[in-house]
Every structure is written in C-alpha cells, then in structure tokens.
Design a protein around this ligand. Structure first.
Ligand SMILES: [Mn+2]
Length: 731
C-alpha cells in the first residue's frame, strides 16, 4: 500500500501537542528507549518522513503491532492511529484491522495514557523507519495550498411570532415573558400541555393498527413462527427489541433479523425474506423499515407469507403529470403515521415509538396489563433522541418519561452501557443520548454488527452486559477517529467546490460513516451535502440537508440517475452507478433553487433578554422546557452592546475567554466563551483597535462592548453558586 505523509503538518509538533511530551519529559518507560534515546531524536526522525510517499505491507504492521500491542491500551492506540491517520492518510478501512491486531482482548487502562500514546507513536514510526525492508521513500510534490476557509456569514434573526399575546400567556401560566416567547416560537399552541409534559395518544388512531395486531395475534395463537425484521441503527435496534419482547410476552414464537449495513443495505430485502421462509417463518413484521420495501414484500407475499409493516419513514411515490402517486404496499397491514389516510394525531414518531404503540395494542388484545408496555418507554426515548425526530408533542412526552427512567433502569444492558460511559448516578438528558450513549449503540451497526447492540438490550447477566458495553464504547471510539479523518478530507474537497448542493465522492471512506461526515460538512458550510463512497459494485451515499431544501423531493426530480434512494426532507440515502456521479452532481445542482439568503445560516434568537435577568428563577423556567433537541432547542437569548470590564484568557490550551461584563447600573456578571478566544480578540482588535483590546485584557478602562447570544448557567465552586452566561455567537 502507499501512504502519503502530509507536508503541511509536522508530525513532531502534533505529537507534542497531543501528548504534552517534549524533550523535557523523557522519563517515560518506552519499549523503544534504546532505539531513540531522546524524544527529540525520535520526533526528528518522524519528521523526516513528512512529504514522502511510503510504501509498505500493512500485514507487517499488523504483525508487529500484535507483538508489541500487549503493553498498550486500546484508547491509546485509537488516539495514536487517529493522529497517524490525520498525518499519514492511512486509508480508513485498514485502520480497523490494525486496531484489532494491536490489542487482542485488551481492556481499558487509562493510566499512563500519555506514555502509551507516545510509545505507540514511537512503535509506529520506528516500525516504518527501521523494520520494514520493502519500505521505499520518494519525495512527492506537496499538496496544493489550502483555499481560504469560507466562513459563511450568519444572519441574526429575532424569532418572535406575530399576533401572539405574550403577556397574557405569561400571566396565565406564571412564566417569564421571554419563556412564553420561546415556547410559542417553537410552534406550541397547547401551552398547558407543553408545560405539563403532555400525554399519549391511543394507538387505535393509527391506520391498520388493529388489523396488524390481529394478524400477529392469530399467528401467536396458531403457534406460527414470527420474524421481526428491523434496522441496524439506534431506532431500528430498539424497535426490534420492543417488538420481539412484546410478541414473546404474549406467547409468540418469535425470532429477529437485522439487515447488515454493508452487505444488505437498508431495509428488508429478498435475501432476508428467503431466509425467513427457509426457516419456516409464516409471518413477518418489520419495524423502522418496510414502507418502501415493495419488491421484498411482494416476494414474501408470492411465497404465501403474511407481512405486517410498522414504519415511520415517508411513503414512496412517483411524480406523474406533476401529481404525486403514492405507491401501493403489498403488505397485509401497513402501519405508518405518514400515510395519507392515517388519522393518528401526531406524525413524527420514530420507529421504536411506533413499535411501542403496536405492543400496547398487542397487550390489550392479550389481556396483558397495558402499563407493562411502559417499560419500553426508555427504549422509545433513546430511539426518539437518537433518530433525531422532532422533540415536540408526544415525542417530548416519550423522551421526558423515558429519560427519567434511565438512571434506575431495570435493563441490565442499559445499566452496563451507562456505567461504561461513566454516567452512573447522573441525570440523563437528551444530550447524553445524542452524544454519548446513542453513538455507542449506532457504532455497533456501523463498524460491526447491529446484533451486538441488540444483544446488549436483551442481556440478562451483568458480566456479559459489561463486556458488550465495553465493546460498543471501543467501537464508537474507533468510529470517531475515522469520522474525524473523513470530515477533514471532505472539507478539503468541499472548499474547492462552487456548488450550492455539495456532492462529495470519497471512494475510500467507510460507507457507514458517510452520513455523519455529511452532517458535519453541512454544519460547516450550511449547504445540502451528499457524501458518496464506493460500495459493492456501486456507489452509495448519504445526504444531510438544510431547512430550505427538501432533499427527498429534490432527489425525486432526478430519480432516474439513482439505482435506489429514500429518505426525509432533511436526510436521505442513495445508490448509483459510479459512472454517473458527475451527472448526479450536475443535475442536482441544475435544478436547485436555493437562494443566497437560504444558504445564509440563521442564528435564531428567541428574545432579547438583558443579562441582568440571569437568575435561578429564570434557569428553572428554562429547565421546564426540557427535553431539548430537534424542533425544541434550548432557548437562545441575546443582549446588545454590553460593556466589557475585563477579559482573561483561560483553559488548558488558552482558547477560552472569561469576560467580566459591567453595565452602567453597576451590575456585573461573568461570561464564558469556549474555544474561540482567538476569534474574539481578533474581532475586538479590528472593531475597537489594538490598544482598546489590550486595555480590556489588562482590565483597564476601555471602550469595548459586545453583543452576543447566550445561555444562562450556574458556576458552583467550593459551595458558592454564581450565575454566569455562556456566550454562543458574538458580534
Ligand atoms: Mn428510524
């Protein structure tokens, strides 16, 4: 294989930055001490490789790593290889095998992590430079200089909806006007329901619910084999678990199948139907998929099987003379609130929530107490946050109730995962699901098999659960390292693209992280993004969109370019022939009607609230708006031209600004701006001059003031509570 060492970033500096190790700290125990007596020599030797192509046999690296790996922790290896990947451009798909070779059966050991990182890096470079006879080194021309980073200009918008009597709401519900404003900004009309946490709707409103449940009930009574066919993501795995458990509870002979992300792709297919048929299954029930699997379901019907679809995805249609013709699903019962003739009052449930509704009804028909199904609320909550559906209406209730259950969950698997993520004893909020627990569950289906996550949910023994949870955590770390590298590559490609809709082809990228990469690139450029990878015999891709662009509809306009596609307004999946990638890029852009204004990211401010209002009382009111997430974000307040008394630069890497604001009334409050200290100082120097910015840093009298959006928070230190504001955007 060939690797290319990026000439832009000296490896030694990077290693020093990450490990904190320089020539001054050489006291660590390293297996390579005698090879490199001093760290600086080692670092210099690493730098000698910069700007060169190096060829070597990856299997040799694996073998060597296996020999030395026993002394190294997994975390270390991942960190180091992430670093190596960044600098060495090691292809993603090779990393996994190197990891596994590096620590067969290792468990976590975070002590001496710095030494480990350095030792691993040394092993890696030492190995490159000394051990491999067939390594060849040739200078290559450096990469083209980076294009200037296009930072999209953001537009600040005060969100206030017209025609709403804020003061009447504020008085009626005894809430601050700014909170009343924030709630109505989220489109809420039933304020009492919103504040009270709302209730649940009966499953009977869902089209085909009774019919579908009857089919499964009959199958249970006849003693037929039933198979649940789910999906490999967080929603699909939880939905599969809920249906399997619920059907078994009613005495059904039930098994499950989850498509393999790489070999099967999304949704039930002919292979899975055939397998079920061969296993003697007569009744198939899908969850989190099935609404668009028309061919596979028709095949099942042709084999004489009965099929119940439960799903929450958009109903597929074709455009005929500018009208939508929805495609007929051949299943015996189709339960999906997005169908035209469905009367369920709330349409945005995730797949696991639909499965939960199904089990409620199933219990009812089997005279099992319906409240027993409430145990699945925690699964439905995890899936609701993890699948990023709107946190409004019933979804908010599911999340509120489900998350409250999690700290004392009865599920051994979830207990183990919470412990493995270091969250035992914590209150679990949607943030923890979205950014810590959820990604571990998803990583299983991305890099390995979703059955691991499924088995964790089913797990009864704690030791087994702990082992599975540890595995998922490690897989997620691996996934994160791969994603970081992929995002970096994608951003470079995107920077050179003038298009409004970004179509980024990265043949070597692991297809299961394409969606995450697309999401991060979208965040950066505020454009719709497709990331395409080379799959088996075809190109596969994932898209992530912006508010003004209905991705699924836009793809329908050029449907003939794809081999297959499906999705929502904000996200989509697709496959096409490799020869048509350029055509896709051209055509999707040719029919794009996004304006400059659409492409400008908007910072939505709920209300201007002077920082003086920051108090425990206000914070408690903000908390009432939980759970936060898509369509119910944390309220954003803003204050204008607030005089700055003093700025200090703090934090381990000196990138956070602590700002004391002082209003003319004498009111003082501390503000924090994380990780943007440089940007802040640059901005202030430009706006107020170097001298003024310097005075602010020294705490001298100065003319500096700042307008910003912010969150309220409390700084608790040695038993003292101090209110503070956390800045988000400034100008
Ligand atoms: Mn889903």
């Amino acid at each position: 294989m060939d690797i290319y060492i990026n000439p832009e970033e000296p490896i030694s500096r990077e290693i020093t930055r990450i490990t904190g190790i320089s020539d001054k700290t050489v006291g660590h125990a390293s297996p390579m001490r005698d090879v490199f007596p001093s760290i600086s020599e080692f670092l210099a030797s690493a730098d000698a490789w910069v700007g060169h192509n190096v060829s070597f046999d990856i299997r040799m690296l694996e073998a060597e790593a296996g020999r030395l790996g026993a002394a190294i922790s997994r975390r270390t290896v991942i960190d180091t290889l992430a670093l190596s990947r960044k600098n060495l451009r090691l292809p993603d798909n090779k990393l996994g095998s190197v990891y596994h070779a590096l620590f067969p059966g290792r468990t976590k050991n975070f002590h001496n992590a710095m030494e480990d990182v350095c030792a691993t890096a040394e092993i890696f470079f030492w190995f490159l430079s000394r051990e491999i006879p067939q390594v060849s080194m040739q200078p290559v021309s450096p990469l083209p200089a980076r294009l200037p980073r296009q930072t999209p200009v953001k537009k600040w918008v005060i969100h206030a909806k017209r025609g709403i009597d804020i003061h009447a709401i504020s008085n009626a519900f005894n809430i601050h006007p700014a909170i009343a404003r924030a709630i109505t900004n989220r489109g809420v009309t039933d304020i009492a329901g919103y504040l009270g946490g709302g209730g649940f709707y009966s499953p009977v409103y869902m089209k085909d619910m009774t019919k579908g449940v009857s089919i499964i009930k009959d199958a249970i009574q006849e003693g037929e084999k039933i198979r649940v066919i789910g999906d490999y993501d967080i929603d699909g795995v939880n939905a599969t678990y809920i249906l399997q458990y619920g059907i078994a509870r009613c005495g059904g002979d039930v098994s499950i199948a989850i498509p393999d992300r790489i070999t099967d792709g999304y949704g039930v297919n002919q292979r899975l139907i055939q397998q079920a048929h061969d296993d003697g299954v007569q009744t198939v029930i899908t969850c989190d998929n099935g609404i668009s699997a028309l061919d596979a379901i028709a095949y099942a019907k042709s084999l004489g099987m009965r099929v119940v679809v439960t799903d929450h995805h958009a109903v597929p249609y074709k455009e005929e003379n500018n009208t939508r013709v929805y495609l007929q699903n051949p299943a015996d019962a189709v339960i999906d609130p997005h169908q035209q003739d469905d009367h369920y009052p709330f349409k945005e449930l995730c797949g696991a929530a639909v499965a939960w509704k199904f089990v409620q009804m199933l219990y009812k028909m089997h005279h099992v107490p319906v409240q027993e199904a409430d145990v699945f609320l925690e699964n439905a909550a995890i899936a609701t946050v993890g699948d990023v559906v709107d946190l409004q209406d019933e979804n908010r209730t599911i999340v509120k109730r489900g998350l409250a259950m999690l700290p004392h969950t009865k599920s051994t698997g979830l207990q183990a995962l919470i412990a493995a993520c270091g969250l035992s004893g914590n209150t679990i909020k949607s943030y923890h699901i979205g950014f810590i627990l959820g990604p571990c569950i998803n990583a299983s289906g991305r890099l390995d098999t979703a059955l691991k996550a499924y088995n964790l949910l089913c797990c009864k023994g704690r030791a087994e659960a702990d082992a599975l949870a540890e595995e998922l955590v490690a897989l997620n770390q691996e996934r994160r390292a791969m994603t970081d590298a992929g995002v970096e590559e994608a951003v470079k490609i995107a920077e050179a693209m003038p298009d409004r809709v970004l179509v980024i082809f990265m043949p070597g990228c692991h297809e299961s992280i394409a969606g995450i990469i697309a999401g991060k690139v979208r965040e950066r450029f505020h454009k719709p993004v497709f990331v395409l990878t080379r799959g088996e015999g075809r190109v596969k891709g994932s898209g992530r969109s912006i508010e003004a662009y209905s991705m699924f509809e836009e793809m329908n306009k050029i449907a003939d370019v794809f081999l297959g596609f499906g999705g929502h307004p904000m996200a989509a999946g697709l496959s096409l022939e490799e020869g048509r990638v350029d055509e896709f890029r051209e055509r999707i852009n040719a029919c794009c009607t996004l304006t400059d204004d659409d492409l400008m990211e908007k910072v939505c401010i709920d209300d201007t609230v002077p920082v003086e209002y920051t108090s425990d009382y206000m914070m408690a009111q903000v908390e009432m708006m939980q759970s936060f997430g898509k369509a119910n974000p944390k309220p954003v307040f803003a204050d204008r031209s607030v005089p700055v008394k003093k700025i200090s630069i703090i934090g381990k890497t000196k990138d956070t600004a602590k700002i004391i604001f002082r209003k003319s009334s004498g009111f003082e409050i501390e503000g924090l701006l994380f990780h943007q200290a440089d940007e802040l100082m640059g901005f202030l120097e430009k706006k107020f001059g170097q001298e003024a910015a310097g005075d602010a840093l020294e705490g001298r009298e100065n003319p500096v003031n700042l307008s910003f959006t912010y969150d309220m928070s409390v700084n608790e230190f040695r038993g003292e509570r101090k209110m503070q504001v956390v800045l988000r955007e400034f100008c």
